[in-house]
Ligand binder design. Structure first.
Ligand SMILES: [Cu+2]
Length: 304
């Protein structure tokens, strides 16, 4: 009797821990960059990322229910049909009702997953008309971002540790200069605008990725691939090359600042006029105004 109660208690504890992990996942993360003790995704700031997070949680619930059901069945079978409880096994080999059920129910579950999954896929690949187009070219090992309509081009290289210290000393808050993610030249995009990113490579296959935007697309030499995003929250968002490309694959990050349209226009105009100093000043002013995104956010999928 005591033994049975113990096993029930352990089981309940296990389920509780799993459920807690599942529910906690969307909340234990910051925005735009990884944060210590993070469990969930970085905050979604685009409709696509928001839908990806929803899809993840939805499928996770289904996985949890199926796993719990199969575990319960296994435990029941081990107990009910053990040799001591069931010395003469039944010789039944077919049960039509059961066979129909275990075929039809999984099919229905797959359909329930497929419908939102295809919807999401269509959403990701149906590009709304662009407000801004950027061409991102991966090199071994850095990124070039060109703004064809603004006539500007920006090379971004990862900051080494001593360079990071210099940037922090120049007035950029330390949380905006994370190790192995910060670059020397951030790129800017306007908030609430549709941005098309045309992605290619000058050498090997790289991948242009910003987790908070739900954007991830291969950069293939000789081809142009594309992604789009509509960032709905001002801030600084970091990404990395996400296709194994060689020895410095881990050291070619991407830094995107989402800013008000006026700030974007000023910055683009300054760069067009080759006034790098003014462009840096605009970024410094923006950086000072940002609330700390490494703080845990309450809901990571609010953008829709
Ligand atoms: Cu790469």
């Amino acid at each position: 009797m005591i033994k049975r109660r113990l096993s029930k208690g352990t089981l309940a504890g296990l389920f509780a821990a799993l459920a807690a992990g599942l529910l906690a996942a969307p909340v234990l993360a910051g925005s735009g960059q990884p944060t210590p003790k993070q469990i969930g995704f970085q905050e979604a700031v685009t409709p696509v990322a928001s839908d990806i997070h929803w899809m993840h949680d939805y499928v996770n619930v289904i996985i949890f229910v199926i796993t719990a059901f199969v575990l319960a069945l296994l435990l029941y079978v081990m107990w009910r049909f053990s040799e001591s409880k069931n010395p003469t096994p039944s010789r039944t080999t077919h049960n039509t009702t059961l066979e129909v059920l275990w075929t039809v129910i999984p099919v229905l579950i797959l359909v329930a997953i497929a419908i939102p999954s295809f919807k999401l896929l269509y959403f990701q690949y149906t590009f709304p008309p662009p407000d801004l187009t950027i061409k991102a070219t991966g090199h071994a090992w850095n990124w070039t971002h060109e703004y064809p309509d603004q006539g500007i081009s920006i090379d971004s290289l990862m900051l080494q540790n001593d360079e990071r210290q210099d940037v922090i000393k120049s007035g950029i808050p330390a949380w905006q200069v994370p190790r192995n993610l910060a670059v020397d030249n951030d790129i800017l995009v306007p908030v609430n605008k549709v941005v098309h990113v045309l992605v290619t490579s000058s050498d090997v296959i790289h991948n242009w990725t910003i987790p908070s935007f739900g954007s991830k697309v291969d950069a293939v030499p000789g081809r142009v691939t594309a992604t789009w995003f509509k960032a709905m929250k001002e801030g600084i968002y970091f990404g990395q090359c996400s296709e194994l490309c060689g020895k410095d694959h881990a050291f070619m990050p991407i830094t995107v600042r989402v800013v008000k349209e006026q700030a974007f226009n000023d910055w683009a105009a300054a760069l067009k006029a080759r006034d790098k100093k003014k462009a840096k000043e605009i970024i410094r002013a923006l950086a000072a105004d940002l609330p700390d995104q490494t703080k845990i956010v309450a809901d990571t999928r609010t953008m829709r």
